[in-house]
Design a protein around this ligand. Structure first.
Ligand code: PLP
Length: 426
C-alpha cells in the first residue's frame, strides 16, 4: 500500500471524504488522491518520494513555481514581526496602490481571504448599489460556494434558478438567473425583458472551471453593453485568469472593462488571499465608507500581503507573460502533435499561461455543452497514465491547467514525451 493510500484512509476518519475541498478526492478520475509533502519550482514530491511535473500549481497561484526563493524570504522576514494584528498595516496600502496602478478599471480595492469571499461580497455590493436582487451568471462558470452562486438553471432562461446544493434556500436561488455561456443573443433577450431588475452579471471572462474556455468574439462586449444600457454592474471574476492570462488579466487581454473585478489565487502568491475592487462610485458603498457590510478578521493579513505583493512584483517584470505564454504554447502544441500521431481525437485551448485539452473530434471548443461531450473515459485513462509517468494534471476534465515560469523546456518536452507514450495506450 502506498503512503498516499494509507494517509487517505486515515484522513477519512475525521475529515469528511478525507479532504478539505471536494475536487481533491479524485472522484471524477477514480483512484486515490496523491498526498504531497513538498513542492519546489515546477515539481511536486509525494509522500512516497515520487516526483511529478506539476500543471495544477495549487489551482493557479503557483505562477512563479512553488516555493519561489524571493517569496519565501519575504514571508519569513515578515513572519518575524508577528502573524496578524487585526489592525491596519502599511503593506495593505502598498498592495492596494499596486493593484490600482496595474488595473485601470480599479480605483479602490478591498482584500479578503478567499475567492469565494471576493465574489460573494462583490454580488452583495452590486445588489446594495443597484437596489436590485436578481443576478445573472453562466452555466459552467464557477465563482466559489456562496449561496447565491450554487444555483443551476431552471428549465428555461427566465425560469427560476434552482439550488445546485442542498442547504441553499430556494427563495435565494430564485434570484439567480443562469444563462448559456458565450451566448450573446440569450443575454440580450433576457436583458430586453427584465434588465431593469438585474443587479449584476458575474462571469469568468476566461472560464477555467469548465476546462479552459475563452470568450467568443463579442461576448464580453455584449455583457458590457447590456450593463451600460440597464445600469447592472458587470463583475469579471478573475480569481483564476487574473494575473494569469496577462498582467492585466482577461480585461487587459480582451480590452473590455468591468465595473468590479474579483481576484484570488495569484494575488496571494500561495497564501489565502482574495480581493474585489472597481469603480470608486461603487466601492464607496462598502463599509465603513458606505452601508454594504463586509468584514474579515484576517483580511489584509500581513504575511499573505507580503507573499502576494512579492508575487505581483515578480510577474510585473518585462517579458514575464511572453515567456509564460510561449511555454504554454509549446506544451499544447506538443500535446496536439502526439495525439495526432497516435490518431487520438484531441484538441486544446490556451489563453496566456492557462490551458485546457479535450478528448473530442470537435475543434474550437467554446461551449460548456461541447466540453460535456468530450470522452470522459479516455480522459480518466490519460489522467492515470500521465500520473504514472510523473505528470500531475488537474484530476477533472472540467478544470483548466496552469504552467509556471519555472517549467523548463526539458520539463515540457518530458511531459510531451510522456503524453506520446500514454496516447498510444488510449
Ligand atoms: N472564482 C473562480 C473563477 C474560481 O476559479 C474559484 C476557485 O477555484 C473561486 C472563485 C473561489 O475561490 P476560492 O476557492 O479561493 O474560494
Amino acid at each position: 500500500m502506498s503512503k498516499s493510500q494509507m494517509l487517505f484512509e486515515a484522513a477519512q476518519k475525521h475529515i469528511p471524504g478525507g479532504v478539505n475541498s471536494p475536487v481533491r478526492a479524485f472522484k471524477s478520475v477514480g483512484g486515490t488522491p496523491v498526498f504531497f509533502k513538498a513542492a519546489k519550482g515546477a515539481y511536486l514530491t509525494d509522500e512516497d518520494d515520487k516526483q511529478y511535473i506539476d500543471y495544477v500549481g495549487s489551482w493557479g497561484p503557483a505562477i512563479l513555481g512553488h516555493a519561489h526563493p524571493e517569496v519565501i524570504k519575504t514571508v519569513q522576514e515578515k513572519a518575524e514581526n508577528g502573524l496578524s494584528f487585526g489592525a491596519p498595516t502599511a503593506i495593505e496600502t502598498t498592495m492596494a496602490d499596486l493593484i490600482c496602478d496595474l488595473i485601470p478599471s480599479i480605483d479602490m480595492v478591498r482584500m479578503v481571504s478567499s475567492g469565494t469571499e471576493a465574489t460573494m461580497t462583490a454580488i452583495r455590493l452590486a445588489r446594495g448599489y443597484t437596489g436590485r436582487d436578481k443576478i445573472v451568471k453562466f452555466e459552467g462558470c464557477y465563482h466559489g460556494h456562496s449561496d447565491s452562486l450554487l444555483v443551476k438553471a431552471g428549465s428555461g432562461a427566465l425560469t427560476l434558478g434552482v439550488p445546485s446544493s442542498p442547504g441553499v434556500p430556494e427563495g435565494l436561488a430564485s434570484e439567480t438567473i443562469t444563462l448559456t455561456h458565450n451566448d450573446s443573443e440569450e443575454v440580450r433577450k433576457v436583458f430586453a425583458e427584465i434588465g431593469d431588475q438585474i443587479a449584476c452579471i458575474i462571469v469568468e471572462p476566461v472560464a477555467g472551471n469548465m476546462n479552459c474556455i475563452p470568450p467568443e468574439q463579442g461576448f464580453l462586449e455584449t455583457l458590457r453593453e447590456v450593463c451600460d444600457q440597464t445600469g447592472a454592474v458587470l463583475i469579471f471574476d478573475e480569481v483564476m485568469c487574473g494575473f494569469r492570462v496577462g498582467l492585466q488579466g482577461a480585461q487587459g487581454y480582451y480590452n473590455v472593462q468591468p465595473d468590479l473585478t474579483t481576484y484570488g489565487k495569484v494575488i496571494g502568491g500561495g497564501m489565502p488571499v482574495g480581493a474585489f475592487g472597481g469603480k470608486k462610485e461603487i466601492m464607496s458603498h462598502i463599509a465603513p465608507l458606505g452601508p454594504v457590510y463586509q468584514a474579515g478578521t484576517l483580511s489584509g493579513n500581513p504575511i499573505a500581503m507580503a507573499a502576494g505583493l512579492k508575487t505581483l512584483e515578480l510577474i510585473s517584470a518585462d517579458g514575464f507573460f511572453e515567456a509564460l505564454t510561449a511555454k504554454t504554447t509549446k506544451l499544447v502544441q506538443g500535446l496536439q502533435q502526439v495525439a495526432d500521431e497516435a490518431g487520438v481525437a484531441f484538441t486544446t485551448n490556451q489563453v496566456g499561461g492557462m490551458f485546457g485539452f479535450f478528448f473530442t473530434d470537435q475543434k474550437d471548443i467554446s461551449r460548456f455543452a461541447q466540453v460535456c461531450q468530450g470522452d470522459m473515459e479516455r480522459f480518466k485513462k490519460f489522467y492515470h497514465g500521465m500520473l504514472d509517468e510523473g505528470i500531475y494534471l488537474a484530476p477533472s476534465a472540467f478544470e483548466a491547467g496552469f504552467v509556471s515560469i519555472m517549467h523548463t523546456d526539458e520539463d515540457i518536452q518530458a511531459t510531451i514525451d510522456a503524453a506520446a507514450k500514454v496516447m498510444k495506450t488510449l
